[in-house]
Design a protein around this ligand. Structure first.
Ligand SMILES: [Zn+2]
Length: 178
């Protein structure tokens, strides 16, 4: 009788339901990505990359969520997973019974169920900072150089770096004179 009201069972059932909900959402997002891609196939001018990327990001986050939930279910059952070899170990183990890796000192649920988001394709925010700065620079540089101008620069200049688009857009370009 008591098993019916076992809080652990209820907790595990809630985690399992959350995994199912996430998985359903992942399926919907994949459907949407497919439709967006098809829209681009039909209309080359449709810019769907941002919409597709947003959904890919969401999927990655949901994968992380589901991995954490899976580890939480394991935890409720009295197990933890070795980060090195994926072997299930009893919570009280200090070292992995398969590969000997040391487990974290704490057996707190939040420590045991830690997941590296990058393993699931989640991009760390640091990367996003660089294009932002470039965007500001480009709009500030009022004098954008016409494309053909590079050809007018004398090739004999001392700078070997002058090739392609290596010159910043906001370069004053006052050096070469006729
Ligand atoms: Zn191991």
């Amino acid at each position: 009788m008591a098993a019916l009201f076992d809080p652990k069972k209820n907790q595990i059932a809630a985690f399992q339901k959350a995994i199912e909900d996430n998985s359903r959402l992942i399926g919907q997002l994949f459907d949407e990505i497919g439709k967006l891609y098809y829209r681009q196939y039909r209309d080359m001018n449709a810019d769907v990359s941002r919409d597709i990327n947003a959904r890919c990001e969401s999927i990655s986050h949901l994968y992380v969520d589901n991995e954490i939930l899976r580890l939480k279910i394991l935890y409720e059952r009295g197990f933890k997973e070795c980060k090195n070899c994926k072997k299930e170990n009893l919570l009280e183990h200090q070292y992995c019974s398969a590969c000997g890796s040391k487990f974290p000192e704490s057996n707190d649920i939040n420590v045991v169920t830690t997941v590296d988001p990058e393993r699931f394709g989640v991009i760390v925010p640091e990367v996003n900072k660089v294009p932002e700065e470039n965007e500001v620079k480009q709009t500030e540089g009022a004098t954008a150089m016409p494309e053909g101008l590079y050809d007018a620069i004398p090739q004999e200049t001392e700078e070997p770096q002058v090739t392609g688009g290596t010159i910043p857009a906001d370069d004053p370009m006052t050096e070469p004179t006729d």
